[in-house]
Design a binder for this molecule. Structure first.
Ligand code: ATP
Ligand code: K
Ligand code: MG
Length: 689
């Protein structure tokens, strides 16, 4: 087996979104989002919202809820109100920036959509000009070179090249023709660049692929993911606990003769409840979907992206996913005393009707070796390759049957016609298999002529990717229709954990089910109609954009670049999303330690808790304001991290947890001590407190 030693070509396809004006629009949105209907969705921030209103009231009338202590309660309460207000604005800003990136992408997609006129084919095959919005599922339309295809559909006539760059960003035109699974589906909004096509419309207006993409990247129907809901509930419970604790403080404070004003209580509450993660939570989720979109993958829901982070098992095809997949006939190995010329002749006859890349490469090699068609093609009949029979071939005039296919399939064919099998055949089969190639046996009636060596190459860099997966605790399973020896050679070289050889399409769904029965979450890629049930069964199913409509509908993600290895990148993004959320939650809660040390001694200076005043803050007021200012500023400070995700390393879940607790837990305790002290010095210097 030869492998390419060139470094792996990075096929990143990061989509560029126009970010000019993104921040100013997000800043405006941050104010719009202050509407109570919006704030209610986030219990932690809603409490801050209520607190802001109360502090605003005691700014206007300091004695509204009992007397406010201090020299100038109005100034102090006013400062608290401003800081709380900005805490809300910063949290909304985080969400708006995350949403804004998706909106920019939606706008660029929308630009590809235009209400054009379409040529609808009437039952008598004459054409009628109609508006593209009048087209319905089932209509037949004609598109000619230069047209924007007005709707999603299946090609039922003609052959033409189509520029799909509007959705894939890839400028090379794609050939479209009827019949073939892959090449017969077209997407509305793409442009036909040659010839003409007859298309059967498969989507009503507004329901097409681009329409769905727009609403997805816009987050129009984004709903919270299960993990996000769980965390929201946890944060709400934590918030309630602090609320109860703070509510008992006035009683305590009367007892220790150190009255605490309502504004101070609210400041203390806001400092202690998890506003950092509460403010960044939805931004983290939106950014995760957005990162997937930047990889040119469209996810149908945030849930799907998040599920990627929990994946235990990755099911991958061999041909085209782990290997480059353009299997070419490399060599004909003759058996049973047949000459090379005779074998080439039979190989050509077996493949003239075989339209697969394998079939075409066999024709090319046979012709190179001098073979020529020596029968009347109109009197012969082609037998298409199927993954079930694992054979293809031609019925020649005069009842002669020429077949090629998987060696055991051809052996079965020959045996059923009382042909003889020789050890020579097994030797040729083994030779090709041990090279990691696909051996195809070739026969004419019951006589075996030899073995065709279909050569394939493992994608450069793929074994490093599998190593990465293993370190993350993800099991990789390779599925192939190929024989056991070839499968084991490729599996060993690529470094997958497990493989299944001689797999039928049904085996795929079986593998997924059995992994799921053990409580595993499974991800897979696929493109054919065959794959649709397996894509639906998998927890994460990624369909290739080049695939059939059925596969795309069954999947929860569509890869616009049709690159099966993208699944590995998506899993990484999902993991990163979960890790980012965990890290920022840890950080947010660890922050409380420092805020506690800053505020409690400041509130109760009389009763000796000043022993806690290890920070040596200037005054009660300065301590409270410093803690609150830190609490507000930490949100925008962490927006970049929330949007890009914490730096990702391929480690097991346990190692990652340890590492993150160390960095974000320990860092979360230390950072506010320093920051609050610095803010205290600054605001004292400018005379604010
Ligand atoms: N055009 C063809 N004509 C005859 N036999 C073929 C042809 N293409 C493939 N085969 C045989 O059928 C087997 C099954 O093919 P199938 O496409 O299901 O699996 P595969 O391509 O080998 O594996 P993978 O699951 O990685 O795609 C192949 O291993 C090969 O032996
Ligand atoms: K807080
Ligand atoms: Mg295949």
């Amino acid at each position: 087996m030869q492998t390419n030693t060139k470094p792996r070509q990075e096929r990143k396809h990061i989509r560029k979104t126009n970010t000019s004006g993104l921040y100013s629009r997000a800043f405006q949105q941050a104010f719009v989002k202050l509407h109570p209907r919006n704030m209610l969705k986030n219990p932690v921030m809603f409490l801050v919202w209520v607190g802001t209103i109360v502090t605003a009231l005691v700014t206007i009338e300091p004695n509204l809820f009992g007397t406010s202590p201090g020299d100038n309660p109005r100034l102090f309460n006013g400062l608290i109100t401003i800081i709380l207000f900005f805490t809300l604005v910063f949290a909304n800003f985080a969400e708006a920036v995350a949403e804004g990136r998706g909106k920019a992408q939606a706008d660029s997609l929308r630009a590809t959509k235009s209400d054009s006129t379409a040529r609808k084919l009437l039952p008598d095959d004459t054409t009628q000009e109609v508006s593209s919005t009048a087209l319905r599922r089932g209509d037949r339309i004609k598109v000619i070179s230069g047209d924007i295809i007005p709707a999603d559909g299946e090609v039922i006539g003609g052959i033409a090249s189509v520029d799909e760059s509007a959705i894939t960003g890839e400028s090379a035109p794609v050939l479209k023709q009827p019949g073939t699974d892959i090449a017969s589906s077209v997407t509305g909004g793409t442009r036909i660049t040659s010839d003409e096509l007859i298309i059967r419309v498969t989507a009503d207006p507004g329901q097409g692929f681009i329409d769905r993409m727009i609403s997805l990247v816009e987050g129009a129907n984004r709903s919270k993911t299960p993990n996000e809901i769980a965390l929201t509930v946890l944060l709400a419970v934590l918030t309630q606990v602090f609320l109860v604790v703070i509510a008992t403080l006035p009683t305590v404070s009367v007892y220790v003769k150190s009255p605490v004003s309502i504004a101070v209580l609210i400041a203390l509450l806001v400092a202690l409840i998890p506003t950092t993660i509460g403010g960044l939570l939805s931004a983290i989720g939106i950014a995760g979907m957005d990162r997937v979109a930047q990889f040119n993958v469209i996810a149908t829901s945030g849930r799907a992206v998040e599920a990627c982070g929990d994946i235990n098992t990755l099911v991958l095809d061999k041909t085209g996913t782990i290997t480059l997949g353009n299997r070419m006939a490399e060599e004909f190995i003759t058996v049973n005393g047949h000459s090379a010329k005779d074998m080439a002749q039979v190989a050509l006859a077996s493949s003239v009707f075989d339209d697969t890349p394998e079939g075409r490469s066999i024709v090319t090699l046979a012709e190179k070796l001098g073979a020529r068609i020596d029968f009347e093609p109109n009197e012969a009949k082609g037998l298409e390759f199927s993954a079930k029979t694992r054979m293809s071939g031609t019925d020649l005039p005069g009842g002669i049957e020429v077949r090629k296919g998987a060696v055991d399939a051809i052996k079965g064919f020959v045996r059923s016609r009382n042909g003889k099998l020789t050890p020579e055949l097994d030797a040729a089969f083994e030779k090709v298999s041990r090279l990691g190639g696909t051996p195809l046996a070739l026969c004419k009636d019951n006589d075996i002529y030899g073995v065709v060596y279909l050569k394939d190459i493992i994608k450069p860099g793929i074994s490093e990717r599998f190593d990465q997966m293993r370190r993350m605790g993800i099991k990789t399973v390779m599925l192939t229709g190929d024989n056991r020896i070839t499968a084991s050679v490729i599996a060993a070289e690529a470094g997958v954990d497990d493989f299944i050889a001689e797999a039928t399409p049904e085996d795929k769904i079986e593998v997924i089910r059995s992994e799921q029965a053990q409580g595993k979450l499974v991800a897979m890629t696929g493109d054919g109609t065959n794959d649709a049930p397996a894509l639906a069964q998998a927890n994460v199913g990624v369909a290739m954009n080049s695939g059939t409509q059925a596969a795309k509908e069954a999947a929860n993600m569509v890869d616009l670049d049709s690159d099966p290895t993208k699944l590995i990148d998506i899993v990484t993004i999902g993991k990163q999303l979960l890790i980012t959320r965990g890290a920022l939650t840890t950080f947010s809660i660890a922050n409380d330690v420092a805020k506690y040390f800053a505020i409690i001694p400041a509130i109760f200076p009389e009763i000796g808790v000043s022993a806690l005043n290890i920070m040596g803050l200037a005054s009660t007021q300065s301590a409270i304001l410093s803690a609150l200012i830190y609490n507000a500023l930490i949100i925008p400070a962490l927006i970049p991290l929330a949007l890009t995700g914490v730096k990702f390393r391929a480690l097991s879940a346990d190692q990652l947890l340890q590492r993150n607790i160390f960095i974000y837990g320990f860092g979360g305790v230390i950072a506010p001590f320093i920051a609050i002290k610095v803010i205290d010095v600054l605001i004292t210097a400018v005379g604010l407190a």
